[in-house]
Design a protein around this ligand. Structure first.
Ligand SMILES: CC(C)(COP(=O)(O)OP(=O)(O)OC[C@H]1O[C@@H](n2cnc3c(N)ncnc32)[C@H](O)[C@@H]1OP(=O)(O)O)[C@@H](O)C(=O)NCCC(=O)NCCS
Length: 338
């Protein structure tokens, strides 16, 4: 009998500590609260404590999901973790989570290093595992703590990113398909535009030596061990590639009027408003859920879906188009039938 992959539950976790626009405006007096909000649409971001890792957020998101009773813990047969802020270079954080969550030792587990396209990639992989009979109950976990890579004196990224994790249950069902029409794209020529330049094997961090700080033309200070973002380049890439990706999802069998909701990566207001206008999508079908958490990288789409569920906007039978894009450059889209 055919098995089809379906999302059956989502939970997410935000760290307790917050970073408000008031605090940012105090640190960067050239940008006031209104300016930050009108550009980004973000009021508050959540930031992990010094001793808190992406896996701690991931653990709490997974515990919420497993304790909700939607699935037996012992039935989880695969856990995949999307993160660019793992606990260690090795081993995979997904293995640590398998143990911490007390999942079966017959459970597959792996990490993948993907950013804002990571949730859609995870759905695509989960579909592959389920529809080829390799798994039945998959925990797709996204968890990121970019704050650990952000220099406090760099307003270009500090205003945008927030830490978060999300746990999504993807299960086998007999009717379907529920997730489909996956499209992927990659352009590694854009790698330099969103990067932590040193710390890996190419440019190892030098032990006992602080990397040099520099200040850019906009007055942002960082070192090469910090996150660097060229916002305007990423904006240009997104405005070109994402409409192309979006329209490639549709054909004569699946048309725009069949879509109830659009769940794009929740980058920020400026980016999403621009994309929505460029693609000409109606504002009431276009999910915008970043005010309370900022750009949470790979967790932004599952958080947006969960918020829409809680608000009653997303209900059974609705058809959603999900689109993720960013660091890599990497982009991906798919259709999710709820
Ligand atoms: C970062 C981004 C919001 C900056 O917008 P931009 O219009 O390209 O920024 P510019 O540097 O040209 O500045 C334009 C104005 O916006 C302001 N601005 C830029 N970033 C801002 C921010 N985070 N908060 C408040 N104002 C901001 C500038 O100060 C400038 O104001 P002015 O006209 O009063 O001088 C935009 O480039 C963007 O969304 N890029 C993609 C970022 C992203 O999504 N990254 C994650 C990968 S998914």
């Amino acid at each position: 009998m055919n098995q089809f992959a379906r999302i059956t539950a989502i939970e997410y976790e935000l760290p307790e500590k917050t970073l408000s626009n008031d605090e940012l405006a105090r640190d960067f007096p050239e940008w006031n609260v209104e300016k930050i909000f009108s550009k980004t649409g973000i009021n508050v971001r959540h930031i992990v404590a010094a001793d808190e890792c992406a896996s701690d957020l991931a653990f709490r998101a997974c515990e919420k999901l497993l304790n909700s009773g939607v699935v037996e813990r012992s039935d989880i047969d695969f856990i995949m973790l999307c993160t660019q802020s793992p606990d260690y270079f090795l081993p995979a954080t997904a293995c640590i989570l398998q143990d911490r969550l007390k999942l079966s030792t017959q459970c597959g587990a792996f990490d993948y290093n993907q950013g804002c396209s990571g949730f859609i990639y995870g759905l695509g992989l989960a579909k592959g595992l389920i529809e080829t009979g390799q798994a039945k109950n998959i925990l797709l976990v996204t968890a990121e703590t970019y704050s650990k890579y952000i220099n406090p004196a760099d307003k270009s990224v500090r205003t945008l990113f927030g830490d978060a994790a999300a746990a999504t249950l993807v299960q086998a069902t007999e009717d379907g398909p529920y997730i489909d029409r996956f499209r992927y794209g990659t352009d590694g020529a854009g790698a330099k535009n969103l990067i932590v330049p040193i710390g890996g094997s190419r440019h190892p961090s030098t032990l006992n030596q602080e990397p040099d700080l520099y200040t850019d033309d906009s007055g942002n200070t960082r070192s090469d061990a910090d996150l660097y973002m060229n916002g305007s380049e990423i904006f240009e890439f997104s405005m070109t590639r994402i409409p192309q990706l979006f329209f490639s999802i549709f054909d004569q069998d699946f048309t725009l009027d069949q879509v109830d909701l659009f769940a794009f990566h929740q980058a920020n207001k400026f980016m999403l408003d621009s994309l929505r206008r460029r693609i000409k999508l109606p504002v009431d079908k276009f999910i915008a859920e970043f005010e309370h958490c900022g750009n949470t990288v790979s967790s932004s789409i599952p958080i947006a879906l969960k918020k829409s569920l809680e608000k009653g906007v997303l209900v059974e039978g609705k058809t959603v188009v999900g689109v993720g894009f960013g660091v890599g450059y990497s982009w991906a889209g798919c259709v999710i039938k709820w």
